[in-house]
Design a binder for this molecule. Structure first.
Ligand SMILES: [Zn+2]
Ligand SMILES: [Zn+2]
Length: 115
């Protein structure tokens, strides 16, 4: 699961759909209370709990703009499993932009504004 948090207009359709699905999966995990954060030990920050709702809506709007079908609304976002200090963490945009450029030629073109 990963929230890239890159401006949606610089992301390819695949990564928009992937991030959107990751958010729904994350919400499902949070609500099903199966999410034990103490078991996650990522070397970098991959999720921004406080941005879940806003980010979901930005991805959804961009999917609709690109005529990608969006299914499933999100309800109230519960952040109970997060420790207080984890709620306000921010992903590293510079790192994420480099990562998308490195691993995805479609995102790379958009980020480097070559299309
Ligand atoms: Zn959705
Ligand atoms: Zn991509």
């Amino acid at each position: 699961m990963r929230m890239w948090m890159i401006d949606v207009k610089y992301m390819c359709g695949y990564h928009i759909i992937k991030e959107h699905n990751d958010i729904h999966r994350l919400l499902w995990l949070l609500e099903s209370k199966k999410f034990d954060l103490t078991r996650y030990n990522f070397p970098i920050i991959r999720l921004e709990p406080q941005s879940i709702e806003e980010r979901h809506d930005a991805l959804k709007r961009e999917m609709e703009r690109r005529h990608i079908v969006h299914i499933g609304e999100i309800g109230h976002v519960t952040l109970w499993p997060y420790l207080a200090y984890q709620i306000n963490v921010k992903v590293d945009l510079w790192h994420n932009a480099k990562e998308l450029c490195r691993t995805c030629s479609s995102c790379r073109k958009k980020i480097l504004r070559k299309n």
